[in-house]
Design a protein around this ligand. Structure first.
Ligand code: EPU
Length: 417
């Protein structure tokens, strides 16, 4: 096991390149198995979750070839095989194998997903979608058994706006007979990215990015080349780190529109932001105003940036309220920030954050974005070395983190713990 060591207190300065989006990649890789020939994904991030997903596809008989940031998936020899245990339990997004295998073979046996379990994360809306498409779903020994004689298009209203359920239903419905309409669909950019890939593979999907998605099922799908969108959460994390360290950073290879909610909140605090075509420059300031932040579904403020943002809010001169309306209890980073001297009270789904000085401490990342929050906290304190354990969570979503931060002038290194 490794830990991250951070001797903070230096403003981040320079340019950082953002890689392809994790939450797109781990949906696009399983989507490729709906094709009968090779799908090439460009701008692939180098993350542990991506590596595990590639292994999962190989276990199913696909040929997967990776060269730098390009991935070629040849699913022509794919077989229908139960996956009740093993790698599926390491990933949250292994649930996309349910929709993809159901679409390709009319059946799937997938162990209930693992991943960052910062709170119970039900998949009832995924199941509701599969059942509406005509599948029978049962749970046996911790695995979901899904089977359909013939998937049939249907109108599906999601009771909860869910990224995963929207994508999973799109995957299965692409190969159903007739038309499926998803109502109250999630609108995240990653959903548009998956629909773009599926359409390039021959699917007929309209309306991705709005709350009504129409999917006309097709009989077969084929290979294509697709470039993954930039990771808006990774980009947002560097934006927050630049502001928290009073740095001056250009975040390159981003779609600024995907970061509008964060940009608006940073500007409200007094951070200077300059948007260009494919990059954003963040210039930190000595003093920040306290603000209120509400994490909501897209295009609202991303829940995945809620934890990093809570660190930045410790740098203001007043009291901020940060609420999460997507996950009610995604606050495992708060007691760790408190170890570093943060004055934060939890009330229901909100954190009340009083600005003040942080100091170096030994802290533990319990999930990916909690880890990002603690790294940013470590970068802001100059009175010693912050030790962050649980690096394996951070590796799920931030590739080349140590190299990127070092290039921006930070003193960060990995060490055996
Ligand atoms: N929900 C249900 N039932 C369902 C599905 C979701 O009640 O069947 C609830 C969840 O409990 C949550 C809300 O709906 O309160 C939204 O969950 P969603 O399904 O949108 O989340 P997800 O698809 O499981 C993805 C990302 C998360 C990100 C959320 C929200 C992936 C693999 N994960 O999760 O990313 O926080 O959307 O944007 O794409 C991360 O990157 O750190 C991460 C956790």
């Amino acid at each position: 096991m490794e830990k991250l060591m951070i001797a903070g207190g230096r403003p981040l300065r320079g340019t950082v390149q953002i890689s392809g989006a994790k939450n797109s990649a781990i949906a696009l890789i399983p989507a490729a198995i709906l094709s009968e020939s090779t799908v090439t994904l460009d701008n692939l991030p180098e993350l542990s979750d991506v590596a595990i997903y590639c292994e999962l596809l190989e276990e199913l008989g696909a040929t997967v070839e990776r060269q730098q940031d390009q991935l070629k998936i040849d699913p022509s020899r794919l077989v229908s095989k139960p996956m009740p245990n093993g790698n599926v339990k390491k990933l949250r997004a292994s649930y996309y194998l349910m929709g993809a295998l159901l679409g390709r073979f009319g059946e799937a046996v997938i162990g209930l997903p693992g991943g960052c379990n910062f709170e119970p994360r039900p998949i009832d809306q995924h199941i509701k979608g599969f059942e509406a498409l005509g599948a029978q779903v049962t749970t046996e020994n911790g695995a979901l058994h899904i089977k359909a004689k013939q998937l049939q298009g249907a109108k599906i209203y999601l009771d909860v706006v869910s990224v995963g359920a929207t994508i999973n239903i799109m995957l299965a419905a692409s190969r159903a007979k007739g038309v499926t309409i998803i109502e109250n669909a999630a609108k995240e950019p990653e959903i548009i990215d998956v629909a773009t890939l599926l359409n390039a593979m021959g699917a007929k999907i309209k309306g991705a990015g709005t709350e009504n998605i129409r999917i006309e099922g097709v009989d077969s799908m084929h290979g294509c080349v697709h470039s993954i969108i930039p990771d808006r959460i990774q980009a947002g994390t560097y934006m927050i780190a630049a502001a928290a360290t009073r740095g001056d950073v250009i975040i390159d290879n981003v779609i600024p529109k995907h970061l509008e909610a964060l940009t608006a909140k940073l500007q409200e605090m007094g951070v200077h932001i300059y948007e260009m075509d494919e990059s954003i420059r963040v210039v930190g300031q000595a003093e920040y105003e306290s603000i209120d932040v509400k994490a909501l579904v897209y295009p609202g403020f991303a829940t995945d940036l809620q934890s990093p943002m809570s660190t930045l809010l410790t740098q203001t001169k007043g009291v901020s309220i940060l609420s999460d309306y997507v996950y009610s209890n995604r606050f495992k980073h708060i007691p760790e920030l408190a170890r570093m001297g943060a004055k934060i009270k939890l009330e229901g789904r909100s954190a009340i954050i009083e600005g003040g000085k942080l100091s170096a401490a030994k802290v533990k990342a319990t999930d990916l974005r909690a880890g990002a929050a603690l790294v940013i906290a470590g970068l802001t304190v100059g009175d010693g070395v912050t030790e962050v354990t649980g690096v394996e969570y951070i590796d799920r979503g931030y590739d080349h983190l140590v190299m990127n931060l070092s290039n921006l002038g930070a003193e960060v290194w990995r060490q055996q713990s």
